[in-house]
Design a protein around this ligand. Structure first.
Ligand code: CA
Length: 344
């Protein structure tokens, strides 16, 4: 054997092992029907190693979200997983909850058994900071609620920003909102936090509501999910039925897989089409507070004052801060989702 071959083989083995080792993720969540689906997708996907769930108020109040997260980890027999509460309210506004979409308890009014798991005593943002330092360049953050906890973490310890491998959020939209004409719910729920996260210095992968609404659970997929039984599968089918019925009543063709698609993107990035853009968070607009204002040209006009008027003197390039999701392979994603949950 050539003396060069052994190190090459060793390197190839190391690379293969690296390629196969699961990605460490922290899911920051406001559970939430689609959060529950996203969490169970992550826990049933060998590509991911979920290091913690941190809970943020959003769809439901903080205490209810923590209770729901613990019931989910209990359902999945994952009491080993740290589940930590975090912020109790948004940074600079009142909490807006969404029982209208998610049911009175946030989980489609399905009453899961009391959790066997106990909450971690650590504060969610502190746990994020701790885990990022413990596994530098390995953690992917998946925030699927308002960005309050992530903003608190990067404000307290900005040194985590270059140490995070990736941050893939469900939030924003570049073609209208789902709260009002402009804003998506997670960004609208805490625009100041979103602004901190988008200006932190990392590239935010933004899986927006506009793409989530083109990645929908229809009756066809639900029937498939219902065709095999297991505790998690039956639970997700009940969530999906509630959510689908609610969505149909509101004129949608199916249930938007907002949060699960963010997890799906981390499992298999080929499911989505991304484009680098500069995104600003509108925090003041009368009609646009919470909008993710995406610049598709990569520049702003440079308007210079000449006497009584401004004149365009070229353009000012903008540095991208986001990988914005433009499209998804909806069928590919739904098939992945069903295959991971069905019968479990
Ligand atoms: Ca959510």
């Amino acid at each position: 054997m050539s003396r060069f071959l052994i190190p090459i083989l060793f390197l190839a083995c190391c690379l293969a092992a690296l390629a196969q080792s699961p990605r460490r993720v922290i899911i920051d969540t406001d559970p939430g029907v689609d959060d529950a689906m996203a969490i169970l997708l992550a826990l049933n996907s060998p590509e991911l190693k979920v290091e913690a769930l941190t809970v943020v108020p959003g769809n439901v109040e903080a205490w209810q979200g923590l209770e729901n997260a613990l019931k989910l980890t209990s359902l999945a027999n994952r009491c080993d997983l740290p589940v930590a509460g975090g912020a109790q309210h948004p940074l600079n506004q009142k909490l807006i909850t969404a029982q209208f979409w998610h049911g009175k308890n946030g989980l489609a009014n399905v009453e899961l058994p009391a959790s066997k798991c106990k909450a971690d005593a650590r504060f969610g943002p502190d746990l994020i900071i701790e885990l990022v330092h413990k596994h530098p360049h390995e953690i992917t953050l998946i925030p699927i609620g308002p960005l309050t906890n992530i903003a608190l973490a990067v404000s307290k310890d900005p040194s985590i920003v270059p140490l995070v491998k990736d941050i893939v959020i469900m939030g924003g939209s570049i073609s209208g909102g789902n709260v009002d004409g402009a804003a998506e719910a997670n960004i609208y729920g805490d625009p100041e936090a979103a602004s901190i996260v988008f200006t932190a210095g990392w590239m935010v992968t933004m899986i927006g509501s506009d793409v989530g609404e083109r990645t929908i659970m229809t009756r066809k997929y639900l029937n498939d999910l219902q065709s095999a039984h297991g505790p998690e599968s039956d639970f997700v089918a009940r969530l999906a039925d509630f959510y689908l019925t609610r969505s149909e009543k509101s004129g949608y063709a199916g249930a938007a897989m907002y949060d699960p698609l963010a997890v799906g993107t981390v499992i298999d990035s080929t499911l989505v089409t991304l484009k680098d853009m500069h995104v600003d968070i509108e925090t003041r607009g009368e009609f646009t507070r919470g909008e993710t204002v995406a610049n598709r040209m990569g520049s702003n006009e440079n308007n210079v004052l000449h006497g009584d008027h401004y004149e365009i003197e070229g353009v000012i390039p903008l540095k991208p801060n986001a990988r914005v999701c433009l499209a998804s392979d909806a069928d590919g994603f739904l098939q992945l989702f069903i295959s991971r949950i069905k019968g479990k």
